[in-house]
Structures are given as C-alpha cells and as structure tokens.
Unconditional design. Structure first.
Length: 96
C-alpha cells in the first residue's frame, strides 16, 4: 500500500544533525531503504518536516522504519495511507 511517512524533527535535534552532518545521511538512508516514490521537505509548525511516499508491503515493517528516526532525530512520525490520481480513479467507481 502506498504510504505517506511524515517525519517532524524537533528543532534542537535537527540543528545538531545539520551541524554534525548526519541529517542528510539519515534522510538519504531512509529514502533509499524505503525505495521512496517521492520525498519532499517542508517546514510545518515551525519544524523541519520530510514527506516520504513509499510502498509498504506489511505493517510489521513500521518499527524498522520508525526506530532509526526516533533514535537519531527524536522525530515525531505519522504513517498515512495515500493514493495517487490513478488510485482515486480506480477506487471511485467501486462505490457507485
């Protein structure tokens, strides 16, 4: 299932990760491990935030995805099912 992983990083830990050079490495490793379809970076609620779209095969994968981000960045995470336009076109007629 296509998922959106929202990664919000507390300012202090994010600043330290920028200073020590680990932020880019952590995000690149996460994006690579997930074979992300897309990744976007925004500020949300005044915090650094990554929006990563990927295909999750099994919900049992969540701890392996989440723990490195919790541990290294103190991140707050959200996993949200997501659709693209083709998914929506396919799904809408099913409800008619």
């Amino acid at each position: 299932m296509r998922m959106l992983l929202k990664v919000k990083m507390p300012t202090e830990q994010g600043n330290q990760a920028v200073k020590d050079g680990s932020l880019g490495k952590i995000l690149e490793a996460t994006i690579g491990r997930l074979k992300a379809e897309a990744a976007y970076f925004i500020a949300e609620d005044g915090l650094r935030c990554a929006l990563i779209f990927f295909d999750m095969k099994d919900s049992a994968d969540m701890p392996a995805i989440a723990e490195p981000l919790f541990i290294s960045l103190g991140a707050k995470l959200e996993f949200v099912p997501a659709m693209n336009a083709d998914d929506l076109r396919k799904g809408l007629p099913a409800n008619m």
